[in-house]
Design a protein around this ligand. Structure first.
Ligand code: AHM
Ligand code: MG
Length: 317
């Protein structure tokens, strides 16, 4: 039985024990993600100091030129995921093509990730995050990545906010763990997360109102009439994290400029959809459940509407 404060590694192991056929591979895979996340979290905390250190000429201990945080995060994830030996292939928002780690030749899984989503927010000290999506390897080709979101074996995100929180699901419950920086452990803080059936918040970039179709315009106007609050951080992990906890709607729709919206299916929309659905909510493109969309390319974009079941059902009519 999971108790508040349980260490993430123990939680993952106990989850695994529930499956008689489990080999420990997913446990090792998830552990690699959490190790990388701790390193990224520590560096995000130092974000504002990069230039300061740079101008004093101190650079960093390894004598490397200070890197942009999103490139650094990508490098750390690639390193840890490759070294784990559990992943046959890795795909990242930061890499045009997938990478096939030498040590992962016998890996059972493939992983797609956004190493540091919302990184344009770093300069203004707004929360950012890492998003990941794991599928079983099918045939060792690009098809491994082009599987529906519903087939994910695990998905999650890490939010680097006022605290660092990791939220993940392997298809049943959704659980959140807060990093205790004094001991470097992720501890269970949000067991069995359930999104409220309805919320009172909508989250969308309303500056693009004039580019929306008439249906969306009138839907958002109706939310205002009903007294919903608007909260839009512009950092998907933060906006989705709030939606998961407080309910309501997060959306990045298609508009006249971005015909498929902005968010990427494989490492933004599908993993977030998986978490929201496993927490009792819904995620849709407006016409189709996000988890049923069959990807056609690695960096494909899709419109996204996700959140409380009651609120999303009203949007899709
Ligand atoms: P990024 O992957 O380049 O960081 O962009 C994704 C981010 C999301 O975190 C956020 O939901 C969205 O872009 C905000 O876009 P906009 O500024 O158009 O509202
Ligand atoms: Mg992104």
């Amino acid at each position: 039985m999971a108790t508040i404060g349980m260490d993430l590694n123990r939680f993952i192991l106990e989850e695994e024990r529930k499956h008689a056929q489990a080999t420990g591979s997913l446990t090792l895979a998830l552990t690699a993600i959490t190790s990388a996340a701790k390193i990224i979290a520590a560096h995000v905390r130092m974000a504002g100091l990069a230039d300061v250190i740079g101008t004093t000429g101190v650079i960093n201990i390894q004598g490397e030129v200070v890197q942009k945080l999103d490139e650094f995060s990508n490098k750390i994830l690639v390193q840890h995921l490759s070294d784990s030996g559990q992943f046959y292939a890795l795909a990242s928002e930061e890499m045009e093509e997938p990478l096939f780690p030498e040590k992962g030749r016998n890996g059972k899984y493939v992983i797609a990730f956004d190493p540091l989503d919302g990184s344009s927010n770093i300069d203004v000290n707004v929360s950012i995050g890492t998003i990941f999506s794991i599928h079983r390897k099918v045939d060792g080709t690009i098809n491994d990545f082009l599987q529906e979101g519903r087939k994910q074996v695990a998905a999650g995100y890490i939010i680097y906010g006022s605290s660092t929180v990791l939220v993940y699901s392997t298809g049943n419950s959704v659980n959140g763990f807060t990093l205790d920086p004094s001991v470097g452990l992720f501890l269970l803080s949000h067991p069995d997360m359930q999104i409220p059936e309805r919320g009172k918040i909508y989250s969308i970039n309303e500056g693009y109102f004039n580019r929306w179709d008439e249906d969306l315009k009138s839907h958002v106007s109706a939310l205002k009439e009903k007294g919903y609050s608007l909260r839009y951080i512009g950092s998907m992990v933060s906006d989705v994290h709030r939606t998961l906890i407080k309910g309501g709607i997060f959306a990045y729709p298609a508009d006249t400029k971005n015909k498929s919206g902005k968010l990427r299916l494989l490492y933004e929309a599908a993993p977030m959809g998986f978490l929201i659905e496993n927490a009792g909510g819904m995620a849709t493109t407006g016409t189709e459940n996000i988890l049923d969309v069959k990807p056609s390319e690695l960096h494909q974009r899709v419109p996204v509407f996700l959140g409380s079941r009651g609120d999303i059902q009203e949007i899709i009519g």
